[in-house]
Design a protein. Structure first.
Length: 303
């Protein structure tokens, strides 16, 4: 029994020569193929002839119009899920492509036939939305008893997984038990999680293990001479010796700024000159003379 993360048809193909049956869950967006039509059926559907197909029509899990008639239907009353309805379609296979696990396959890709089972329950114990479960069985020609055995076995898989989860996460049975203190020897739990006697030879840099039943070494009276402990100086004296005289900061010297060089205003250019056109022609003396002469004549005529 496999979950949707495993390729059930691939595993069934690899274990074809062994007395093993594969039952795996499929995603709800899968597309299967029906068996290849016979020559008579192909001629009736294509009277003009043509190349016979390798795969039959599509069986889309999300489109009930492509399912057709079931080969077996069972209805079972359950205590937790209410009424469970199972439908089975025979001789369906996936259309394989040369990628992933089939990339290095020699020869033509095989056609792995099996039985597709759709299980729908009336309710869930958690109260969530009851979505259908799609299963693929590696055998064909399934009867009603085979269909019930398949989906009930798959549900038992979840019971086993939740049981192991209870043992590990809730009860903590995957951890090593506490050492037996009455054995008379220390127990070393630094390696793995199995209880094993510790080595009697002390390791470098460590004290030898203390036997059970002996008094603590700290409680035993030590008669060896020890040097007297020198009393540390008071905290105030220790802090005063570390004090230093505050040094004033180094005065900043203002740098002498040199006078900036004189700046001359830029000459404003006309729009025609900025556009690259011909600059205006400066006025000439003859033109000014003619203008003055006309002004004098106008003044004389007014008088």
């Amino acid at each position: 029994m496999l979950d949707a993360g495993y390729d059930a048809p691939r595993i069934a193909h690899l274990l074809a020569g062994l007395p093993v049956e594969i039952l795996g869950r499929l995603r709800s967006d899968r597309v299967m193929r029906r068996p290849t039509p016979s020559r008579e059926e192909f001629q009736l559907a294509h009277p003009k002839g043509g190349r016979p197909p390798k795969h039959g029509g599509e069986f889309v899990f999300g489109e009930p119009t492509t399912w057709g008639t079931e080969q077996a239907v069972t209805v079972t009353d359950t205590r937790l899920y209410g009424k469970a309805t199972a439908q089975a379609w025979d001789r369906l296979h996936p259309r394989l492509t040369r990628r992933a696990a089939w990339l290095d396959h020699d020869g033509p890709l095989p056609i792995i036939k099996g039985t597709v089972i759709r299980l729908l329950v009336e309710k869930l114990p958690s109260g969530e939305v009851n979505k259908p479960v799609w299963l693929w069985w590696s055998r064909t020609g399934a009867t009603e008893a085979d269909v019930d055995r398949c989906w009930q076995s798959f549900l038992r898989r979840f019971d086993i997984e939740h049981t192991f989860r209870l043992f590990k996460q809730t009860l903590g049975l995957d951890q090593a038990p506490a050492p037996q203190l009455g054995s008379g020897r220390p127990v070393d739990l630094t390696r793995d999680r199995r209880i094993r006697p510790a080595s009697t030879r002390p390791t470098a840099g460590h004290r030898p293990p203390q036997a059970l039943g002996e008094a603590d070494r700290a409680e035993q009276t030590d008669t060896r001479a020890r040097p007297q402990r020198v009393q540390e100086p008071a905290r105030e004296d220790r802090l005063s010796s570390r004090r230093t005289e505050t040094v004033p900061p180094w005065p900043w010297q203002t740098a002498r700024l040199e006078e900036p060089p004189p700046r001359h205003p830029a000459r404003r250019q006309s729009s025609r000159h900025r556009r690259g056109l011909r600059p205006p022609r400066p006025p000439q003396g003859g033109h000014q003379t003619a203008t003055r002469r006309m002004n004098r004549q106008l003044k004389a005529s007014e008088h």
